[in-house]
Structure formats: structure tokens, C-alpha cells
Design a protein around this ligand. Structure first.
Ligand SMILES: Nc1ncnc2c1ncn2[C@@H]1O[C@H](COP(=O)(O)OP(=O)(O)OP(=O)(O)O)[C@@H](O)[C@H]1O
Ligand SMILES: [Mg+2]
Length: 485
């Protein structure tokens, strides 16, 4: 039981829609019924007013003499006539539904004449007061037994003097009985109408979801293996079209991410294979020949150098792979960019001297940013390493730390070989190395700038590259300044 309830609750969109449609349908049905009933009742009651008025006028004419005077004699006569007419059966109790309902009052509101059935009516005082002041009154009054009577009340004039008020009533029971029959009929039909409403709502909701089911079944067929496939985009510009477009966009992005991943793995294995092959060939040669101790030391030294580079490569690869998954923890703290740059320069100074390149620090403004100091150091080392690698001996590499528009900037400028415009678009891609570089750095894997880009992004920064082939390149990193400096 509980399990079955769990299957329908919380309700799915289709069930929700069906419930909504049905509720609205039933609500509208109920509202229309009530409005129709009330209006019909009012209109039908109004049809009683004219005959009542005519009957009252007739009565007035009967009790008025030719000279316009009201004769109390005539009243008594008229009433006894009415009583005879109504109380044919003497032992019967007066009944508002069958008997005459007439009352005549004097100007003080005292009843001069009243038919027995009229005693049953609960008549408001206004029905007497209003005619005495000149305006006829008509309304529906209840009886003690719960019946309704339409009452017309108007003044009686004896020539030009006010004589009193005459009130004539007519039972509304036949009308109410008919209306009750109508309601009973409607209530009999209502369950069928509601049933039809539920079926119609369910059909509508199901129909509305057909394009979604279609989309789902195609989407289910698309697996990680065939991300080139797309779901068909329906013609009408509606929510389903939007869903299909979004879905296709998502598959496109997934496809691209998978492709990048595959290329990364392929490139990585290729890059790893090269140094391993170098070690193998060096050791093979060494094993095949009987080497002297010095030769052995030289081979081991070479193998050691390749293994070291292999170690760096694996470190970079791991870093990028883990950064893709957001698994590299970054320790954010306040970092002085100027101090960081001067430390890195001090470390790489010997390398610059060795390569015959002049390394200079031009400006060091005290810029503080929030960042992971070791990653920022790695960033500057990678840029400086590139500048020293792609600048020939006799060249110059200059560094600056400046504050520009609420940003701390590190500028690395060299007078090296420069980067061709077509390469500039790709240098931040993993494993990308410009083929045009004549003095190709041995062992460079093309990961340095990819790491720079990731670190910069992780520090909400941006990179700008300006370069002219043969004249040099300028790399500018901008990081937002720490507010709480
Ligand atoms: N300052 C520069 N001057 C000229 N070319 C550059 C400069 N910096 C980068 N490049 C070009 O961009 C490419 C990518 O640089 P990146 O630092 O990512 O890789 P790499 O230096 O080849 O290898 P490594 O992973 O060892 O850094 C380089 O191969 C080079 O062609
Ligand atoms: Mg590099």
C-alpha cells in the first residue's frame, strides 16, 4: 500500500497537470452552476411581480367606489369573498401555498383586514413604512415553515387622502420546486461531467508530453560513445524546442570535453613515450658495449637528466589533470607580488647569466593580492623560463610589478624570437609548441603556459600577450588587488 502510494506521490508533472485541469474544470462548472441558478431564480421571481401588481390593482378597484372613496363595507365584503374562496375546507389549516395572502392596514399600521394564511408570513416593517411614504414595496418574505412568498405592498388612497396599505402575496413554492428539480438533474449529470473532465484532462496532459517522451527516448539512446548524435529540434518555438536546443548544446559541450580529454591522454602518452624511449636507447647502447667507468658515469648522468625532465612532465601532467577535476587545493593568503617576483628573479638570475641574457627588474610596486603563493611562483617561473628560453644570448628580459586599475600586474618582457599571430591563439593549449621556433627548447612539453592560464583563472586574473616575430614578447598577468590590504 505504502509502496503504491510512493509511486504516485509526490505526483509527476502529468498527474499534477491532470489534477489542475480537473480542479479548474470542476471549479468552473460549479461557478457557472451557481451563477446560473442565482440569476435564473432572480429572473423567474421577477416574473411574479407584474401579475401580483395587476392583482393588487384589481383588489383596489374592487374596494373603491365610483367616486374614488374606499368603503370599509366593500373591504369586509371582498375579504369574506376571499376567505370563502380560500377556506372552502373549514377544518384545514391556512396554507400559504394555496390560500389568499392579503392584508390591509390603516395609516397607523394596524391591520384592518388579514387573510388567515397571511399570519404565517414574516413581513418586514419596511413593507408597510415605504408605501406609507409613497413608494410601493416588493420583496420575498419567508414563512415560519420555511416557504417563500413574493409580496407586493402599495398605498391605498381614498380619493386624495391616504387610507392605508394593501399587501398581496403569492407563494414561490412552485418556482422553488421547479428550481430544485433542475438542481437535482444537474447533480445527477455532474459526476459524468467530472468523469469526462478527468478523462479529457488526462488526455490533454498526455498529449502535451508526447514531444517530451519522444525527446527522452532519443536522449536515452545517446550514450557516451556517440556524442556526435543530436536530438531533433521541433519546429514550433516553444519550451520543447528550447529543451532540445539546450540538450544539444550540452551534448556538444560534453563531446568537446571528451575530445579534449582523449587528446590530452593521447598527447600525454606521446610526450611520456619520448623520454622513456631516450632512456631505453641510452641504456641499450650502454648494455651492448663494455663501457669504461667514465663512460658509464656519462650515460648515468644523461639518464638522470632525462628522468628529471620526465619527473617534471609527470608533475605538470598530474597538476593539470587534477585541476580539471577541481582537486587541486589552493591555499589563499595575502601575497606581495613585488616580493614574489624579486625572489623568483634571484633564483633564475644564474640561468640568465649562463645563457648570456640580461635579466632586469624595472618597477616593483607594492601590490598585494589574494592567492596561493606556490602556484603564483610557479606561474612567474614558467613565464620567466619561457622568456629565457626563447631569447637568444645577448637579449634582454625585463620584469615589472605595477598597479593598474585596482589590479596588480606582473609584466614579463623579452627581446626574444617572438610568437607568430597564428601561434598566439594556441600557445595556452596543452602540449602546444610553435613549430616555427628555430631554437626549440629540448624537452619543452608545451604545458608551461597551460599551467599559467589555469593558475591565473583560479586567481580571478587575466593574461595578455603582445608579440612581434623577431622583436620579442610581453606577457602581462593581472590579478585583482586584495581589498583588505
Ligand atoms: N616568451 C616567448 N617567446 C616566444 N615564444 C614563446 C614564449 N613563450 C611561449 N612561447 C611559445 O609558446 C609555446 C608554449 O609555451 P609553453 O611554456 O606552454 O611550453 P614550452 O615552453 O614549450 O614547454 P614547457 O612545458 O617546458 O614550458 C612554446 O613552445 C613557444 O613556442
Ligand atoms: Mg615553457
Amino acid at each position: 500500500m505504502h509502496e503504491r502510494l510512493g509511486r504516485i506521490w509526490p505526483p509527476g508533472i502529468r498527474l499534477q497537470l491532470t489534477l489542475w485541469y480537473t480542479s479548474i474544470f470542476v471549479g468552473l462548472l460549479l461557478l457557472t452552476g451557481i451563477v446560473l441558478y442565482v440569476r435564473l431564480q432572480t429572473k423567474l421571481i421577477e416574473t411574479y411581480d407584474e401579475p401580483l401588481k395587476v392583482r393588487t390593482e384589481q383588489l383596489i378597484a374592487d374596494i373603491t367606489n365610483d367616486d374614488g372613496m374606499i368603503d370599509p363595507q366593500d373591504i369586509a365584503q371582498e375579504v369574506s369573498l376571499l376567505e370563502q374562496e380560500t377556506l372552502r375546507n373549514n377544518d384545514r389549516k391556512a396554507d400559504v401555498n394555496f390560500d389568499a395572502l392579503v392584508r390591509i392596514l390603516n395609516t397607523k399600521g394596524q391591520a384592518l383586514v388579514i387573510t388567515p394564511a397571511f399570519h404565517e408570513l414574516q413581513v418586514p416593517t419596511l413593507s408597510v413604512m415605504q408605501p406609507l411614504h409613497g413608494d410601493p414595496w416588493q420583496g420575498t418574505v419567508p414563512t415560519a415553515d420555511g416557504y417563500q412568498v413574493r409580496l407586493y405592498s402599495t398605498r391605498l388612497m381614498s380619493k386624495s387622502t391616504l387610507f392605508g396599505v394593501i399587501q398581496v402575496g403569492q407563494s414561490l413554492t412552485p418556482l422553488n420546486t421547479s428550481l430544485q428539480k433542475v438542481v437535482e438533474e444537474l447533480l445527477l449529470i455532474a459526476p459524468f461531467a467530472v468523469m469526462l473532465g478527468i478523462i479529457g484532462s488526462h488526455w490533454l496532459a498526455t498529449r502535451a508530453f508526447v514531444p517530451i517522451y519522444h525527446l527522452t527516448s532519443i536522449a536515452e539512446e545517446i550514450s557516451a560513445g556517440d556524442l556526435q548524435r543530436r536530438v531533433p529540434v521541433p519546429e514550433p518555438k516553444d519550451e520543447v524546442q528550447q529543451l532540445a536546443l539546450t540538450f544539444n548544446k550540452m551534448i556538444g559541450q560534453l563531446d568537446q570535453a571528451f575530445m579534449q580529454q582523449r587528446r590530452f591522454v593521447a598527447d600525454a602518452s606521446h610526450e611520456l613515450r619520448t623520454p622513456v624511449a631516450a632512456i631505453r636507447s641510452m641504456t641499450d647502447v650502454a648494455l651492448a658495449q663494455s663501457l669504461t667507468a667514465e663512460e658509464c658515469i656519462a650515460v648515468v648522468g644523461n639518464v638522470n637528466a632525462v628522468a628529471e625532465r620526465l619527473g617534471w612532465l609527470i608533475r605538470d601532467l598530474l597538476l593539470l589533470a587534477r585541476s580539471d577535476e577541481g582537486q587541486v587545493p589552493l591555499d589563499y593568503e595575502l601575497v606581495r607580488l613585488d616580493r614574489l617576483v624579486s625572489d623568483v628573479v634571484a633564483t633564475l638570475e644564474p640561468l640568465a647569466v649562463e645563457r648570456g641574457i640580461v635579466l632586469q627588474v624595472l618597477t616593483l610596486e607594492p601590490a598585494t593580492v589574494r592567492g596561493d603563493i606556490s602556484r603564483l611562483i610557479q606561474c612567474v617561473i614558467n613565464l620567466l623560463d619561457n622568456a629565457l628560453t626563447y631569447t637568444n644570448a645577448g637579449g634582454r628580459v625585463a620584469l615589472r610589478v605595477e598597479m593598474r586599475e585596482r589590479c596588480g600586474c606582473i609584466v614579463v618582457q623579452d627581446t626574444g624570437i617572438g610568437i607568430a599571430p597564428e601561434d598566439r591563439l594556441h600557445i595556452f593549449e596543452r602540449f602546444y609548441r610553435a613549430d616555427s621556433v628555430p631554437t626549440r627548447k629540448a624537452g619543452g612539453s608545451g604545458l608551461g603556459l597551460a599551467i599559467v592560464e589555469w593558475v591565473t583563472r583560479a586567481h580571478w586574473g587575466s593574461i595578455q600577450v603582445e608579440s612581434q616575430v623577431g622583436q620579442g614578447s610581453t606577457f602581462t598577468l593581472s590579478f585583482p588587488l586584495a581589498q583588505d590590504y
